[in-house]
Structures are given as C-alpha cells and as structure tokens.
Design a protein around this ligand. Structure first.
Ligand code: 6CS
Ligand code: FE
Length: 303
C-alpha cells in the first residue's frame, strides 16, 4: 500500500500538508450532528474539542472508583499491559481496559460518545487502543511532543488520518498537574520525523518516547503558524477529543494532585491496520487492535 505519510525514513525532518479531511462526514449534513456548528468548526480548525457534562456526576464518580480499584488491585501485578513510571514503580498506564473489563467495554461503546465519533469519522468505528493514564502526584512523568498518528502509522500500519482520541478526565486537570498541551492547528500538517524505529520500540516509548518526536524547528514552526499552545484543563468528567495527528505533550506532575485520564482511540472501519510502514513488525494486540474490529454501536452506519 502507498505510504501517504512517510516518516523515520529520511535523514532530514520534513513538514508536509495533511492529505485527509478532518471531519469525514459531508458537512452538508451538519444539522444531523450531535455537535453544534460552532463545535464542529472549532474541531476542524484546531484539531481538538472539549465537552463538559456529557456524563452525569454519578457516572463520573463510578468511573473514578473503577480506575482507582484497578490501580489498587494491580499495584503489585506484573503484566505487559501495565506500564510503570520511568523512575518509580507506580502505574503510568494500563492498556486495553476495554478488552479486559466489561465496565470499560461499555463505556467505549456508549452511544453518546459513538454518535460524536461516527459523525466526525464519517463511518462505523472500532477501538484501536484504550488505556488509562495515571499521572501520580509527585512521580508522574511527562509525555514528549508527538502526533499519535505518526506512531500509529509507522509502528502499527494505520494508513490514513481517520482516527481520534477521546480522553475522559477522571481527576481535575489543572494547569499545574501535567495536563494535556496541544498545538492548535497542528493536525493540518504532518511532521516526518528522523531516526529509525528500534526493535520493540514500544517497550521504551510508552515510558519515554524518543523516536517519532518532532525536531525543535518543526515544533516551533507548527506553534508559529498562529495557534500558539492550548492546555486541556477541566474538572473530572470533561471530555477532550483530539484528532489523531494533533501535536501534543504533557509535563511531569510535581504537585500532590494525581492527573488521571481514560483514553479510547477510535478508528474508522475503513482505515483498518495494514503492515506497519516502519517495517519493524507489529505491536501487540493490547496496543494496536487488529482482531476485534467489528463496528461498535447499536445502529450500524451501512455504506
Ligand atoms: O504509542 C502509542 O500508541 C501511544 N503513545 C503515546 C505516547 N501516545 C499515544 C499512544 O497511546
Ligand atoms: Fe499521545
């Protein structure tokens, strides 16, 4: 298959234009959308969107309890799906929560979320990746600048930009406890990164990402395009949707307040994974789903 977004191949970084729509539904049908025109315009222009109060306080409290229990019950468990902080034994991420736990499976298939995702991606969808990111107080370390799509394309073989992340804040995200930082408008460009992909890169990259991060000049260029930087703060329950190629990062958490988020990555069923473009073998199913790609939701959008 043609590589529309080459990366980690050339010795020089390169910035190219995005070659896919941001909203994959014909915008003539916006009146049927679960989002307002202003929300859709914001997402299309900035590459992310925050929504408050989609879940009730009771639902948010239940999710908080569920991720706390998972953290407690796994504190001594050794599993590949459990990523520890680089310099401590605290849990940084738990992957594939929607595959392993019916409660999270139901959240991923919540029709309120699917209505939005189906509209933005213009098709049926499945979960490409799910995870809880715990960023514990004092010890939670940063996530370097990256476009998720760059990794999913090179390491997982995701062909096109037709996926998005849905992040549900499960603690209050303040400016000071390491919230998500985004470069508004960066989703319109693709930074082709330098550096080959090491074997089993994910074993390191999920703790500290070194390959697939933009060079400083490219990042500055993206920020200088006018959008500056945005910070996705919000009370627990706030949803942040961000496009697969939106450049983002977060700093370490030096405060006593944990920053916990649940992530579901939805991919279009028309954009299923092929062979990884970096040629370095497939990542495990708990990071990049290949088997369970049946469309989610009660009413399927048939094409
Ligand atoms: O490698 C990945 O797929 C993941 N890594 C990061 C740092 N963010 C997105 C994605 O979950
Ligand atoms: Fe990311």
């Amino acid at each position: 298959m043609e590589d529309f977004y080459p990366s980690r191949i050339s010795e020089k970084p390169q910035i190219m234009k995005r070659r896919d729509p941001v909203i994959h539904t014909d915008r003539k049908h916006d009146h049927e959308a679960p989002l307002t025109k202003d929300q859709l315009d914001f997402y299309e222009e900035n590459g992310f969107l925050q929504i408050e109060n989609l879940f009730s306080d009771k639902e948010v409290a239940a999710m908080q309890k569920a991720i706390f229990e998972l953290q407690e019950s796994n504190s001594c468990v050794q599993s590949e799906k459990m990523i520890r902080e680089p310099n401590s034994n605290e849990i940084r991420s738990i992957f594939a929560v929607d595959q392993d736990d019916d409660y999270f499976k139901d959240i991923a298939a919540d029709q309120r979320l699917l209505d939005i995702v189906n509209h933005l991606l213009g098709s049926d969808v499945y979960v490409h990746q799910s995870r809880i990111n715990y960023k514990p107080g004092f010890s939670g370390k940063e996530f370097n600048w990256h476009s998720d799509f760059e990794t999913w394309h090179t390491e997982d073989g995701m062909p096109r930009m037709r996926a998005l992340s849905m992040s549900i804040a499960l603690s209050d995200n303040y400016v000071h406890n390491g919230p998500l930082m985004l470069v508004p408008g960066s989703h319109k460009y693709y930074v082709s990164c330098i550096g080959a992909t090491p074997e089993d890169n994910y074993k390191e990259s999920l703790k500290t990402q070194k390959v697939g991060v933009p060079d400083n000049d490219s990042l500055k260029w993206l920020v200088d395009q006018g959008g500056g930087l945005s910070v996705a703060t919000g009370k627990a329950g706030t949803i942040t949707i961000f496009e697969s190629n939106t450049m983002h990062a977060s700093t370490s958490n030096m405060t006593p307040y944990p920053r916990n988020n649940l992530f579901m990555v939805y991919n279009s069923v028309e954009n299923k994974l092929v062979e990884p473009f970096a040629g370095a073998g497939e990542r495990p199913e708990y990071i990049a789903v290949r088997k369970t790609t049946e469309p989610l939701g009660k009413e399927k959008i048939l094409k």
